[in-house]
Write a protein that binds this ligand. Structure first.
Ligand code: NAP
Length: 317
């Protein structure tokens, strides 16, 4: 049970990746500032979290079932909490989807929105009355740089994150009146099971309905480039989790938080040209016309972001 002064943090999607590491790091906080309700839709997957939680399990961390796509599951989980009290809700659960649009079924696309958009809306709607009544609360949403800039072959995933950005932007204003803060976390690529799950889906698909040229661009141009981006720019789930903890601990939390500064130019480019041409044409050229420049810039970034290089440049001789 949470003690006085401890912030109760409920996190969705803690079976793996960012959610799992965030739950563990919050629970291990040396000042015991947090009481973590780590939720997942399938409790058969809880062993990894239990193991990583170690001695914090049942002390500062408890595990509960919660499927963000299911009303009953959300209600049951919240009703099981002491006074239904949640100080911080972290909407982390999410899923990706890549591929040529023509080959994706409407049903699969709707599943992405059901999870990444309506799942978050369902959670916020459920916790809002209590937060408003108490005039206190913090809603954190795991968005993505793809919620700010659409990325080729991620059309529906990007759209689901854009949708949640718009929803939060609108809600944040109203909620400030009730002393409830909203924060969007916008990571670039993160090395979790996320990419692997997408690759498994791609391996199974025969891309029905997509023309041969599009399938070729997807397989031979997009997939290798995407993999290179994950390897070069990808952050660890721990790095992202630590950034989220900074935001949770702020007295006046920020609304937007890009976790990977290498993505700042990408966002700046979008706002630098209101016609939208600069970003659309730059991405097109980088991917389809200037592949060599793309690989060279990735290699350069690998050098710049490499730890030993950084050490060499900052350690005084
Ligand atoms: N990895 C990246 O490159 C990246 C970049 C930017 C933003 N993000 C965002 O970060 C968040 C976490 O992703 P991750 O990288 O940690 O990937 P991950 O390891 O695949 O974790 C996703 C989590 O969401 C859970 N989930 C999916 N559908 C759910 C549902 N209906 N109800 C409850 N939980 C559900 C998954 O549970 P199951 O195990 O049951 O499937 C899993 O625990 C996502 O919102 C993602 O969009 C990721």
């Amino acid at each position: 049970m949470a003690t006085d002064g401890q912030k109760v943090v409920l996190i969705t999607g803690c079976s793996s990746g960012i959610g799992l590491r965030l739950a563990v790091l919050l629970a291990r906080d040396t000042q015991r500032r947090f009481y973590v309700i780590a939720t997942m839709r399938d409790l058969r997957k809880k062993a990894k979290l239990e193991e990583e939680a170690g001695v914090t399990l049942h002390e500062t961390l408890v595990i509960r079932q919660l499927d963000v796509c299911c009303d009953e599951s959300v209600t049951e989980c919240l009703n099981g909490l002491q006074d239904r009290k949640i100080d911080v809700l972290v909407n982390n659960a999410g899923m990706g989807q890549i591929g040529p649009l023509e080959s994706l079924s409407m049903q699969d696309m709707q599943k992405v929105f059901d999870t990444n958009f309506f799942g978050v809306v369902r959670m916020i709607k459920a916790v809002l009355p209590d937060m408003k009544r108490r005039k206190s609360g913090h809603i954190v949403v795991m968005s993505s740089v793809m919620g700010l800039q659409g990325i080729v072959f991620n059309d529906v995933y990007s759209a689901s994150k854009f949708a949640i950005e718009g929803f939060c932007e609108s809600l944040a204003v109203q909620l400030l009146k009730f002393n409830v803060n909203v924060s969007l976390i916008e990571p670039g690529p993160v090395n979790t099971e996320f990419e692997m799950k997408l690759m498994e889906e791609v391996a199974k698909s025969e891309f029905p309905g997509a023309d041969a040229d599009t399938v070729r661009y997807f397989k031979d141009v997009y997939l290798p480039a995407s993999h290179e981006i994950f390897v070069t720019l990808g952050q660890s789930p721990d790095t992202v989790a630590k950034e989220v903890i900074k935001v949770i601990a702020m007295r006046k939390p920020v609304f937007r938080y890009l976790t990977n500064s290498l993505y700042t130019p990408l966002v700046a480019m979008k706002y630098a040209d209101e016609s939208g041409n600069l970003s659309v044409r730059s991405f097109y050229n980088l991917l389809f016309n200037y592949g060599t420049i793309f690989h060279l810039s990735m290699n350069l970034l690998k050098c710049i972001t490499c730890n030993c290089f950084r050490r060499r440049t900052v350690t005084p001789s």
